[in-house]
Design a protein around this ligand. Structure first.
Ligand code: ZN
Length: 242
């Protein structure tokens, strides 16, 4: 099945947090969108793997993805090695996406950094005929990086105001990862702190404010975008009634 957009993330829930709104919008716009997670999250501090896989299926349904795969690589120990690159090449060739999304290369989590580099490398390798993967060669046109570090100026921001509620639903599908009960004996993580949703919203509000929208998701491109119609590119979006 050919996809328009294929997003790679290290762990289930990463893509919902980084680009969930954008993927939901793309599905609404009629594009075929898929997600590949590199690991199943068995190293996660909270919940177990089976629960997380169930939660992931629920988030996938909410986002309306055409495809969601998990490469089941070792969580916490992802490597940008030959095996990982070939597994990613297989996904790229199988789904022939025009656009690939992956983590920003300067992400704090080592698995996110490795995913970013492995996916970018695989996008190039996938275009080489002699790479030993049983699918015809395919090179995506663009690699787009999500979860932009706060000190990086985004290349563009997607207005996700219309789908903010759905993004939140997809994020909250991962119930085991979030704050529930102060007596819960499981270890606290960034996601399980009570102010996590407040911080998620603050971030989306900040990026939205950069483009005059309520909520936004930020992305970085290494390539320069070609422009054929400057007026169409910079035309203000139609204002929704207040
Ligand atoms: Zn992660």
């Amino acid at each position: 099945m050919k996809l328009d957009v294929l997003a790679f993330a290290a762990h289930p829930d990463d893509i919902e947090l980084g680009a969930g709104g954008t993927l939901i919008l793309l599905v609404r716009q009629g594009y075929r969108v898929g997600v590949v997670d590199m690991a199943r999250g068995e190293f996660g501090s909270r919940g177990d793997m089976e629960t997380r896989m169930r939660e992931c299926a629920e988030a996938t349904r909410i986002m309306g993805l055409a495809v969601r795969e998990n490469l089941a690589l070792p969580d916490g120990h992802l490597q940008n090695d030959r095996e990982t690159q070939l597994r990613v090449v297989e996904m790229i060739r199988k789904y022939q996406p025009d656009i690939v999304l992956t983590h920003h290369w300067d992400a704090p989590h080592p698995d996110h950094q490795v995913t970013s580099r492995a996916v970018a490398d695989a996008c190039y390798l996938s275009g080489l005929a002699k790479i030993p993967v049983d699918w015809p060669r395919w090179r995506p046109r663009y690699v787009v990086y999500h979860q932009v570090p706060p000190y990086v100026v985004p290349s563009f921001v997607v207005d996700i105001s219309d789908v903010w509620d759905l993004k939140l639903q997809a994020v909250l599908a991962y119930r085991s990862q979030f704050f529930d009960d102060p007596q819960n004996p499981q270890p606290e993580t960034a996601l399980s702190r009570p102010d996590f949703l407040w911080r998620l919203e603050a971030r989306a509000r900040f990026y939205g404010s950069l483009i005059g929208a309520q909520y936004g998701e930020a992305f970085v491109l290494k390539e320069v975008i070609p422009v054929r119609d400057l007026v169409a590119l910079l035309r203000p979006p139609e204002r929704r009634p207040q």
